[in-house]
Design a protein. Structure first.
Ligand code: GDD
Length: 315
């Protein structure tokens, strides 16, 4: 069994690679010349291929050579604030990459099963009576990133309907754990705390909007869900991947602070506030759970402890 993981050097990609290798799957992953290799360098037995997903020729060569049985399409510009600074780049990166893969599959007449990593951000504005959010909820995206994910989501559906490509779309709610990029809230707060503990930063933690509510799943549970999505999920379908519990960002901060002995004050940084922030994302993953048997196993408290330890262990 051969799997292709796009964005293998990223946070989820590196965990996906480890999961697949532990399940005796042959793994090829795409990297770019400028990719940071910190997360993937230690993982042996992965074939790394340089591929710019925005370039159709690069993708066609890759797909023609690898002819994967499974594709986990994780590569993306995934940080919401960046999408306001460079909306076209986010849309182009996220949408063109996927279209190039699907067109290459058509060109070589391959029936590779493909998982597309979409996002709960697609739901965007959610009414109070719409939580927990089901797959049937209207999509009201509030950022260019969210719009790019709506496009990826619908393109997956359209290529399934038009050409029969066996594509499964996962709408994953927030996920975190060791190796999470330092821009994202859980990692950012954990890194600030670790830096304060190491004496590298004054004892003040900078924060943005603390009232938003998010539904977090450990990345190690998420990659198992992606595997099950291709093993047991139905092509053409969309599945929420979520824990079914949400926390305010303030609660996340309080939890992380409770793991530290250092006294730390909190300061709002206006640069961290967004033009529009999704107020609440709380997911209903019943559809996915009943079709695949998946349920998250790692408690949020353990995820947060592991994440803080990860940053404490960084040089
Ligand atoms: N990043 C960040 N966010 C902060 C901060 N302070 C408060 N927040 C709030 O914390 C929440 C989570 O922010 P992020 O961790 O940046 O994640 P996100 O915008 O929810 O998007 C993540 O989840 C999506 C799935 O719902 C993913 O699709 C996306 O790629 C990303 O992982 C947002 O409401 C944000 O305003 C801060 O200092 N930094």
């Amino acid at each position: 069994m051969k799997a292709l993981v796009t964005g293998i050097s990223g946070f989820v990609g590196s965990h996906m690679a480890e999961f697949l290798l532990n399940n005796n799957v042959e793994v090829t992953g795409t990297i770019r010349q400028r990719s940071r290799m910190d997360h993937i360098r230690h993982i042996k037995d992965v074939q790394l291929v340089e591929c710019e997903l925005r370039d159709p020729f690069s993708v066609e060569t890759l797909i023609g050579e690898i002819k994967p049985d499974l594709i986990f399409h994780l590569a993306a510009q995934s940080f919401v604030p960046t999408s306001w600074n460079s909306p076209i780049d986010t849309i182009h990166n996220n949408v063109a990459g996927q279209v190039n893969i699907m067109e290459a599959l058509r060109r070589f007449d391959l029936a590779s099963k493909m998982q597309v990593a979409c996002s709960s951000e697609e739901y965007g504005h959610v009414e109070p009576d719409e939580v927990p959010i089901r797959e049937t909820n209207p999509l009201r995206p509030l950022s260019p990133y969210a719009v790019s994910k709506v496009a990826q989501d619908y393109l997956g559906y359209q290529y399934y309907k038009s050409y029969g490509l066996p594509i499964v779309v996962t709408r994953t709610f927030n996920h975190t754990g060791p190796r999470r990029g330092e821009n994202f809230v859980t990692s950012n707060f954990a890194k600030q705390i670790a830096d304060i503990e190491k004496g590298r930063k004054p004892p003040v933690i900078h924060v943005g909007n603390l009232t938003a509510k998010r539904d977090f799943t450990d990345v190690r549970d998420v990659v198992r869900a992606y595997w099950l999505a291709l093993e047991k999920g139905k092509p053409g379908e969309t599945y929420n991947i979520a824990s079914g519990t949400c926390y305010t960002v303030q609660e996340v901060l309080d939890l992380l602070l409770s793991y530290s002995n250092v006294s730390i004050s909190i300061q709002e940084d206006p640069a961290r506030l967004r033009p529009s922030d999704v107020e609440i994302l709380l997911g209903d993953a019943t559809k996915f759970q009943s079709e695949t048997g998946w349920k998250p196993e790692i408690p949020f408290e353990k995820t947060m402890r592991d994440l803080l330890q990860y940053w404490r262990d960084q040089p």
